[in-house]
Design a binder for this molecule. Structure first.
Ligand SMILES: C[S@@+](CC[C@H](N)C(=O)[O-])C[C@H]1O[C@@H](n2cnc3c(N)ncnc32)[C@H](O)[C@@H]1O
Length: 392
């Protein structure tokens, strides 16, 4: 007889296919390595790293880079250390970086072709990464801000395509989130109010709504609230749902900032049973504060379900961070020794700790661990998690 774990593994394998690990995790790491090498070579940083050991701040000084962009700059150096292009030495509290590789071979076109040969639907990820890489030197010199690079005017097209369910580099998080909904939401009996935070383009919402339909939960869902801090994203998600969702769950729109007290934001919908977010909460300025706020607006027995990219170790550098490191909201967050040691993505262990600190109980999760043979697919542990916590 089949057991639940077998079913779950099968469903996970449909989301995280071997091609995903080969293209995104294995070749994707090489691809981002090449992008970073290009940026460092073109700016003269590589020449300096060949000569002697530098701390990130000394190197930035030499290149006339502005000091408040140090997180993104040092992340690039750490990425190259993790992928064996730089060596390190420690001097007091400083990490120093150097290279011995004079002329790293850079053929980004070949790598992109290999990635697209495996999966054509990774084009939006490749296009987006190459697009932003052209702005990085200006960003480090303080000539342009991350928001301007990512969001102004026609750049929204690339952002939209990146977060689309057609982009296999990103859609896995929306699909994993939908799996969490299928697994846990049936525990709630009736008249469910579903509240999604950081709805963005509405692609996670679309899969969530479709999942509620296919799980036969649509008659139990009173309404589904799409929320975001950004009016542009609210417009985009509303349009996406009205064009693509064919079911009968009433969808409402609400502007919400989860960095601010929720009670002041006219949350008249008191009976919230499910709060949902895909790759959103890691950007909360003060994560514990936001989680407690969300906890407070849930009905007893209600749940918070999040799908998130996770690090295996806090020191991991993940390919998509080359995009998100441009944003202050990703890098400037409150850190904690206990539950949040790095900006951006957390580890599974950190998520469990911070959920518990906020009061959540009965924590359960699914991660894409052990699905493929890591000896065959190098660099395979690119992890994703869907996790839920219940209000006591
Ligand atoms: C990575 S995107 C989420 C993508 C989304 N799940 C999708 O399917 O497109 C993060 C979203 O969180 C929103 N966001 C950022 N800070 C926020 C805040 N303080 N409160 C609410 N939403 C926020 C952003 O506007 C953005 O739409």
């Amino acid at each position: 007889m089949r057991n639940l774990a077998q079913n779950q593994d099968e469903e996970l394998s449909k989301i995280f296919k071997v091609q995903y690990y080969e293209a995104v995790c294995n070749l994707g790491v090489k691809y981002v390595t090449k992008i970073i090498l290009n940026i460092l070579k073109n700016s003269g940083a590589w020449e300096l790293l060949l000569q002697r050991y530098f701390s990130a701040s000394k190197l930035m000084n030499k290149l006339n880079y502005v000091s408040d962009r140090i997180y993104a700059f040092e992340w690039m150096l750490r990425f190259l250390v993790n992928n064996e292009h730089l060596t390190t030495q420690h001097e007091k509290d400083n990490c120093l970086y150097k290279t011995r590789i004079k002329d790293p071979e850079i053929n980004i076109d070949e790598l992109r072709s290999s990635i697209l040969d495996i999966d054509r639907n990774l084009l939006p990820s490749c296009e987006y990464m190459e697009f932003i890489s052209g702005y990085y030197t200006d960003f480090f010199q303080g000539k342009i801000g991350g928001h301007e690079i990512l969001f102004v005017k026609d750049k929204m097209r690339l952002w939209n395509e990146y977060f689309s369910n057609e982009n296999s580099g990103y859609a896995v998080y929306n699909q994993l989130g939908a799996l969490g909904i299928k697994k846990w939401v049936p525990e709630i009996i009736k008249d469910i109010t579903f509240f999604e935070i950081g709805t963005g383009t509405g692609n996670a919402s679309l899969l969530a709504l479709n999942q509620l339909e296919t799980s036969g939960l649509n008659d139990r869902v009173k309404n589904y609230i799409l929320s975001d801090i950004s009016p542009i994203f609210l417009r985009l998600s509303k349009l996406n749902i009205s064009e693509n969702y064919r079911g009968n769950i009433p969808v409402l729109i609400k502007k919400i900032d989860f960095n601010e007290p929720l009670i002041k934001q006219d949350i008249s919908f008191k009976d919230i049973h499910v709060i949902y977010g895909v790759n959103v909460l890691h950007i909360a300025k003060d994560l514990l504060f936001s989680l407690k706020e969300l906890y407070n607006i849930l009905n007893p027995g209600g749940m918070l379900v999040i799908s998130e990219c996770i690090r295996e170790k806090p020191s991991d550098t993940l390919v998509q961070e080359i995009i998100f490191n441009l944003l202050d909201s990703y890098t400037s967050v409150k850190l904690s020794e206990t539950y949040r040691t790095t900006p951006g993505f957390l580890t599974l262990d950190e998520w469990i700790k911070v959920f518990k600190c906020a009061g959540f109980d009965n924590i359960d999760y699914v991660i894409n661990n052990g699905l493929v043979d890591c000896d065959k697919v190098k660099n395979c542990p690119m992890h994703a998690m869907v996790l839920r916590g219940i209000k006591k």
